[in-house]
Design a protein around this ligand. Structure first.
Ligand code: GDP
Length: 177
């Protein structure tokens, strides 16, 4: 029988960054006949949301882990089995940008994630007062010499509107393979 290449993708970021909305939007974009939840009724992740999509021969299994401080300590339990990381930033929440960067730096310095492709998504680009993608990039990639030899990229998205979601996944699939 035909077997797909399966990869595990972690979706990380602070609570309220838009992880649950993003995962749901990704399922909507890449699953035929999938209606999805009402995106406006989504509430923050407590625990774990999972999902999978198929793109050609590739299957991506997503793990969206809760971002609250007390849950961040659970992230590294999943690192050993992850093939890629998507890190979601709320570009409209300038008050928590440093907190998000701290969690990000801790995550990328973990040895278990060495060489794993990394996609940073500057979310909520639909909001007028949000940080631009170049300014989010400046914050998160300032110390990019720490990134090691991994593939990394940053893109702007609106998880709520579904803008940029497809492009990010396609980049990730190419980087994982
Ligand atoms: P999580 O805690 O990271 O899982 O975040 P959620 O997916 O629950 O989203 C937190 C809040 O941000 C919700 O009210 C979402 O509707 C909102 N949100 C998520 N993505 C976007 C976006 O792209 N634009 C806007 N304006 N709001 C968003």
């Amino acid at each position: 029988t035909f077997q797909k290449d399966e990869y595990n993708v972690l979706i990380l970021g602070l609570d309220n960054a838009g992880k649950t909305t993003y995962l749901e939007q990704t399922k909507i974009k890449f699953t035929k006949n999938y209606q999805g939840m009402n995106l406006n009724k989504i509430t923050t992740t407590v625990g774990l949301n999972i999902g999978k999509i198929d793109i050609g021969h590739v299957r991506l299994n997503f793990w969206d882990l809760g971002g609250q401080e007390e849950l961040q300590s659970l992230w590294d339990k999943y690192f050993a089995e992850s093939h890629a990381v998507i890190y979601i930033v709320d570009s409209s929440d300038t008050e928590r940008i440093d907190e998000s960067k701290d969690a990000f730096e801790k995550m990328i310095s973990n040895a278990q994630l060495q060489g794993v492709p990394l996609l940073v998504l500057a979310n909520k680009q639909d909001l007028q007062e949000c940080m631009t993608v170049p300014s989010v990039k400046q914050v998160f990639f300032e110390t990019s010499e720490k990134f090691g030899g991994r593939d990394c990229n940053i893109m702007g998205i609106s998880a709520l509107k579904g803008e940029g979601v497809r492009e990010g996944i396609l980049w990730l699939v190419e980087s994982i393979k």
